[in-house]
Design a binder for this molecule. Sequence first.
Ligand SMILES: Nc1ncnc2c1ncn2[C@@H]1O[C@H](COP(=O)(O)OP(=O)(O)O)[C@@H](O)[C@H]1O
Ligand SMILES: Cc1ncc(COP(=O)(O)OP(=O)(O)O)c(N)n1
Length: 271
Amino acid sequence: MNKMANEFPQVLTIAGSDSDGSAGMEADLHTFFVRHVYGMAVVTACVAGNSYGIHASHPLPVDFIDQEFKDIADDFKVLACKTGMLADSELINCVVKNYKKYDLGPLVLDPVIMTKHGAMLLEESAYATLRSQLLPLATVLTPNFFEAEKLAEMTIKNDADMETAAHKLQKMGAKNVMIKGQHHDQNQTEVRDFALLESGKSFWLSAPYVNTEHVNGTGDSLSACITAEIGKGNSIESAIKTAKKFVNAAIANEIAVGHKFGPINHWAYQD
Ligand SMILES: Nc1ncnc2c1ncn2[C@@H]1O[C@H](COP(=O)(O)OP(=O)(O)O)[C@@H](O)[C@H]1O
Ligand SMILES: Cc1ncc(COP(=O)(O)OP(=O)(O)O)c(N)n1
């Protein structure tokens, strides 16, 4: 065997495929590519959609997903991984089993429940499984506002509630938590996310609000960038801060793709 084979940083996404390339596994792989890590994918489900919305979705059989994990673990050295769309409880349990079986590095859990245009990508009956089985394995948990409310089982109305939810989610087992703030008000000037680290340190991340329809895959790309940075050996704090800057540049520098809710620009951020 070639001893040099696994020296380049390799990371893994465990996610659904989104046919228009703006979100899901495709957004993760775009992000891995531009952040200079080698990206692999365990595909969990296939989604048919475009910039107008999602039109059909199918989970893949769990024995096939088991084989994807085995083939990656048999050959590659995964330094960090992330999850995206997991569809239902059976699939979450399959991911939990395989994450415990193989050494796949720190886990960034993006608890994809609903897209920002309202498509449900996780059955409601699976929220409890996500909470009890996968969340305690998370090195970094990155819920959006809605997902934080569902997982922490509370209503979030203001900054103090966001901080309370982050502490609640950390008590439930996620080591580090980043809750993404609201961005639905065209009059807002900034978008603020809250991060709580394992050490107890916490901070707000702020970026200018961008009034654009090209925001498909923002959450996927943010969590993929965190995964890439961890895979390269950077700290969780620096990975989170880089990811916020990466996504903000990708939103602010629109590319003309699609007629409606288009993708973000993965080439925009230069560091
Ligand atoms: N219109 C926007 N302007 C600036 N930042 C945004 C905008 N929409 C989303 N973001 C940022 O993108 C990142 C992903 O958040 P979000 O879109 O809420 O995730 P998700 O795709 O999981 O719903 C966060 O850092 C959020 O603050
Ligand atoms: C297959 C698939 N997975 C996830 C999403 C949603 O992506 P996310 O970045 O969490 O949310 P949006 O920003 O796109 O709303 C998806 N569309 N497809």
